[in-house]
Every structure is written in structure tokens, then in C-alpha cells.
Design a protein around this ligand. Structure first.
Ligand code: 13P
Length: 247
């Protein structure tokens, strides 16, 4: 399993340097391939010099232009990013991103040879019809996913992740930052639903993953965690990895 940390807007520059100093003391060299970081855009520079996989939290849906305040996927690629988060619920519901925006970004990310990590999830009121909601959020991919598997630089990926063209992160809205988590059977049902249509895709889970619940959430079908608040603390983040590794 891969352990991904979405730092959101919760990390400062000095704080990131201290995090990495501490984290590098905890992680063995051979285990570095097990982590992915999604730092705020300006902190990408720090990751240029680190041996961890990393990605952007967002991109703009064009490569270049007079677009003050936006970031291009090409820039992240040049700096060594491997992944790009797309459609996080905070982007959808705070910034009004639509499926149409996400479709455009998805294609751009693949064309630039980065791996899209597409976030999907249902709200609390949708929980009991979540299959319908999730299927809708995935339906356009068949048209926009240009590749069955990666046509590009697979040496930059963990060995198990070569036969894929995108990753899905299942993040129920009712779980993000609330301490609420789905049952393992709920999680397994969602993973099966996704893999029915996209057999080679990898599926991550995100939403209140912590040292207390990581072990109970990890199941055979799951390929990784996407962790928010617990990922800014090096000991918690590493602790989650250690628990998963030892089971
Ligand atoms: P929390 O782990 O803070 O619930 O956030 C999850 C998330 O949104 C990861 O992308």
C-alpha cells in the first residue's frame, strides 16, 4: 500500500523543512517509495531535492496563458512531480469545480505524463445511494481516459503501479475531517464497484485516517491511503505506515 499525504493549506515553509528533517530520520531509504506527498504549490521546490514521490494538489485546465495566480501541470512535471490530485471535494464544493473542469484537467495531466489521482465521494445525504453518485462521477472517464496503462516513464513509479493510467481516491465527504469512517465492507463494496469498470485502476481511501483506525480500515483490496490532517505530523504519518507494513 502507498501512504499519501495531502497537506492542503496546512503547511508552512519552515514547518515543511522541520517535517522532512524529522521524517527522513524515521523512514528507511528502501521505504521511501511507499509515500506520496501533495504539498502546497510553492513547497514543490523542496520536493525537487527529496527522494519521495510527490504531486500537485491542483492544476489549471490549460498549459499556459495569461492566467494570474494559476499553476500549470507542465511546471509541476518539470519540477519532478509524478501525480496530480484532481476533483478533491474541497475543490468541488469550496471552489465550484465541475466535472467538466475536472475532465479537462484529467486529459492534460495524462498528456503531460503525470498520474491523475481522481477524488470521488458522496455527501452524507447521498450515502445510501452512493453507488449511483460514484458511478456518475466516474462515467466520463471512459471517454477521457486515453490509456489502458501508462505509456510513460514507469521507472518513476512503485513496481505495483505500472499497469495503470489513473488512481481513484474514494473520499466520502461525511468522513473528511470528521472522525467518521466507513465500515470495511462498505469500503470493499466501493472498491469492487470501481474495479468492475476499471480493473487496472488503483484505489485509495481518504477521510479521517488516523493512527487509531488505519489498521481497521486497511483491507486486501485497498491500494493506499490519502491522509489529510494526520499527514502534517511526521510521527503520525510514519506511524500509520508502520502499522500497515507490520500487518
Ligand atoms: P482528513 O484526513 O483530514 O479527514 O482529510 C482527508 C482528505 O481530504 C485527504 O485528501
Amino acid at each position: 500500500m502507498l501512504i499519501a499525504g495531502n497537506w492542503k493549506m496546512n503547511m508552512g515553509y519552515q514547518q515543511a523543512l522541520s517535517f522532512l528533517l524529522e521524517f527522513n530520520k524515521l523512514v528507511k531509504k528502501e521505504d521511501k517509495d511507499s509515500f506520496i506527498f501533495f504539498p502546497p504549490a510553492p513547497l514543490s521546490l523542496i520536493f525537487e531535492k527529496e527522494k519521495f514521490y510527490w504531486g500537485s494538489q491542483n492544476i489549471y485546465q490549460k498549459i499556459k496563458g495569461a492566467l494570474t495566480g494559476e499553476n500549470s501541470v507542465q511546471l509541476f512535471k518539470e519540477m519532478g512531480a509524478t501525480f496530480c490530485l484532481l476533483g478533491h471535494s474541497e475543490r468541488r464544493y469550496i471552489f465550484g469545480e465541475t466535472d467538466v473542469d475536472i475532465e479537462k484537467k484529467f486529459s492534460l495531466v495524462q498528456e503531460q505524463a503525470l498520474i491523475p489521482v481522481l477524488c470521488i465521494g458522496e455527501s452524507l445525504s447521498e450515502r445510501f445511494q452512493k453507488n449511483k453518485v460514484l458511478i456518475k462521477k466516474l462515467s466520463w472517464i471512459k471517454q477521457y481516459n486515453k490509456y489502458e496503462k501508462l505509456p510513460f516513464h514507469p521507472e518513476k513509479l512503485p513496481p505495483d503501479f505500472k499497469d495503470l493510467s489513473f488512481i481513484v481516491a474514494y473520499e466520502p465527504l461525511w468522513s473528511i475531517g470528521t472522525g467518521e469512517i466507513p465500515s470495511v465492507s462498505e469500503l470493499e463494496d466501493v472498491i469492487s464497484l470501481i474495479k468492475e469498470d476499471f480493473p487496472t485502476v488503483k484505489v485509495f481511501y481518504g477521510g479521517s485516517v488516523s493512527l487509531e483506525n488505519a489498521l481497521s480500515l486497511s483491507c486486501d483490496k485497498l491500494d493506499g491511503f490519502l491522509i489529510g490532517s494526520e499527514s502534517v505530523n511526521p510521527h503520525s504519518f510514519y506511524g500509520i505506515y508502520k502499522q500497515i507494513k507490520s500487518c
